[in-house]
Structure formats: C-alpha cells, structure tokens
Design a protein around this ligand. Structure first.
Ligand code: NQM
Length: 365
C-alpha cells in the first residue's frame, strides 16, 4: 500500500478515457486503504478544489474528474471489484455515492493490463462487481486478439470524435428499486416528476414543464441561474423522497429533462449531473431514463416514440446513446404487491488507455 506521506515516490495510475468520460484508474493496493486518507490523496492528485484543477490531473469538469479503484474480487461471480469515486472539481469532496457506467468501460481493459484477469484468445470477458451503493454486476467483453488489449477499432460512440474497439457491457437486474418513492409520479413545487433508479438515481422532468423545449444546448441551461435554482429545488426534495437524504453535497440524484425526440430516436434528454449539464448522458443514467420512459404513467412515457424490440435510442446534446432495456413489466399499479423492475440492460462503449505511470500529488498540508 502506498503511504501518502511518502508521495515523493509517486503513485502508480493509468489515465483512460472510458466512454464519454475520462479518469484515473488505480489498483486498490496502490492507494491508502483508509477512505479519508485515500480521498485526501485523490483531491491532491486531481488538483481539487479549484475550478481549473490546474495543479493536478483533473480535467476541470465533472466528466473528467473521475476515479476507478480496482481490485481482485472475493465474489466467486466476479473477477474484479470496482469502486467509482467522483472527485468534485471546485469543492474538497470525494463521493462514492454514485457509480459511473462510462468509467466502467475502462475497468475491463485496466484489469487485463494490470494482470488481474488472464487474457483469453480473441476476446476476454471481465466480470465486474460494483462496490458503490447501487451494487450490481457488469460483464465487459474486451477485444484481446494477440494476447493484448486492443483499443483501436471502428466503433464510434456519440460524444467521442474518434473510433475505437467496441466494449459491450451487459448488466443483469440491478439490486436497487426502480421506483424508489413507490410512485410513478411525484410532485414537487407544482412540477410532476418521475423518480427512477436502475443503478443511477434520476429524476425525470418534462422539459416543457420548466418552460423549455428540451433541445437547448448545455451552456444555455447552465447559464440560467433561475432555472438552475428551480432544478436544484426539485432535486433536493426528490432526493429526500428517494431515500437519499440531504443531497446538497451529493452528485445524485441526476436531473434529466425529457422531451420528444427530434432526430429519429426514442426520447430526447438534457441531464444536470447535477449542476453542470452533461454534454451527452451517463451510461447507467441512460438505463434509468430508458426504464423510466418505458413505464406507463411516467412523465416521460407520453414523449417516447414507438419502438420495436428492447433498444431505445436516447438523444442527448452531442448525438444519441443506444441502450437495450428489459423490464419485468411496464405497468405500474398503485398498491400492487410488486413494482416493475429492470430485468437486464446492455450498452456498447469504447475506451482507450491514454497514459500509464506515476503521479505525484501536491504535498499534504
Ligand atoms: O450514468 C456522469 C458519465 C456520468 C455517469 C454523471 C455515468 C453513468 O457520463 O453511468 O456514466 O452523471 O456524473 O460519466
């Protein structure tokens, strides 16, 4: 285990793009095991708190200020454990309350590169157990043609201008309740919302209920202080109703404005994550949005375009995200014994190793 007081030796880490996000990947054994020491170290590695993260490796945006901590799993059904940590950019907060399905796209390649999972000819399946509160298992299929991870390929995902090798990610039913408030619609500040959780707690709001079209660019939404305040007020109330407690300092729930699709997809989205607006959409968040939109009676359901099969095309500011979502039922019946649940979901991402080496954190004060 690295001792943060001996930072002079540097700490081993890999930088990877995972889907539409970017983060630092560490072996758990290379970080302090105590959570407070680990988080203090990660703030100093990333350069937080500072809007520019100028003295660290963070990219000055929530989507590029992320960390994966990976270790061998003791679970016989998993190869590796993955703990996701969101390092806030301008605040000295490291949060483990949410997972990240974009960063998970780099976990399979990282586990193979670090020798945690043996390579098999052609493709290597990596079974990942998420250690964040949402839990859950994900199976990543990584191309390993000559005994090594292949990153280059022809797959293009919206939000990344360059192609890469496809990494299919399949997840069985999440352990969390799809409707954490027990209702398909709740109302806060006179606005009807649907609170869903398929591994990422998300609050769906019809954009027109906030006087928007839902096609506004992220910069426009971020630059409207009245809108931001309205969205945050809904979020704080929804967080309590979803059993998440006081979420002012938390990155969940996410707030997703939904509207009718405009580019041939199933539904259009703009996501507050929760204060900056996502340039695309999170992976698990897209599963939550898709599941919520499938539920008859949700605020998103009337906006959903007709579809064939389990695939939903979620439109977002830089393109679309295809996600296959299967529910046990799309019917919510108030008072019925069981609520609808996600049976399975599947997405395709790409990832790329950008750098591997040692990082020197700023000194501890
Ligand atoms: O929902 C951003 C991202 C995410 C989360 C965020 C994510 C997911 O795009 O699985 O990927 O909502 O904080 O990296």
């Amino acid at each position: 285990m690295a001792d943060p007081s001996v930072d002079a030796d540097g700490i081993r880490c890999m930088i990877m793009r995972g889907g539409t996000s970017k983060g630092l990947y560490f072996l758990a054994a290379d970080l302090p095991s105590d959570a407070d020491s680990r988080d203090d170290l990660l703030l100093r590695v990333m350069g937080s708190p500072d809007v520019r993260q100028i003295d660290g490796l963070g990219g000055a945006h929530p989507l590029t200020s992320k960390v994966a901590v990976v270790s061998l799993s003791a679970d016989p059904d998993a190869d590796v454990d993955y703990l996701f940590l969101q390092v806030q950019v301008d605040r000295a907060i490291v949060s483990a309350t949410q997972t990240c399905g974009n960063i998970i796209a780099g976990v399979g390649p990282f586990a193979i590169e670090r020798g945690l999972v043996p390579v098999t000819p052609g493709t290597t399946r990596v079974r990942i157990r998420t250690r964040n509160p949402s839990g859950g298992q994900t199976v990543a299929t990584v191309e390993t043609p000559h005994g090594r991870v292949r990153y280059d390929g022809d797959t293009v995902i919206s939000g990344v201008p360059f192609p890469g090798a496809a990494i299919p990610l399949e997840s069985p039913a999440p352990a969390v309740s799809l409707l954490p408030t027990g209702a398909v619609v709740d109302e806060f500040d006179g606005v009807r919302v649907t609170c869903v959780d398929a591994g990422m707690p998300v609050v769906l709001v019809d954009a027109t209920d906030l006087g928007l079209t839902g096609t506004e660019p992220p910069e426009l939404l971020e630059s409207d202080p009245v809108l931001r305040e309205r969205v945050e007020s809904l979020r704080l109330q929804a967080g309590r109703a979803m059993g998440l407690g006081e979420v002012a300092d938390e990155t969940v729930p996410k707030m997703t404005l939904v509207s009718r699709p405009t580019a041939g997809g199933s539904i259009s989205t703009r996501s507050f994550i929760p204060h900056r607006v996502h340039t695309a959409i999170g992976v698990v968040a897209a599963v939550s949005v898709g599941a919520g939109a499938l539920l008859v009676g949700s605020v998103a359901h009337p906006l959903l375009a007709p579809r064939v099969g389990p695939r939903l095309r979620i439109e977002h500011p830089t393109g679309h995200f295809d996600v296959d979502v299967e529910l046990t039922s799309d019917l919510y019946e108030a008072g019925a014994g069981s609520l609808p649940a996600v049976r399975s979901s599947a997405v395709v991402r790409t990832a790329r190793k950008l750098a591997d080496g040692l990082v020197w954190p700023r000194p501890s004060r």
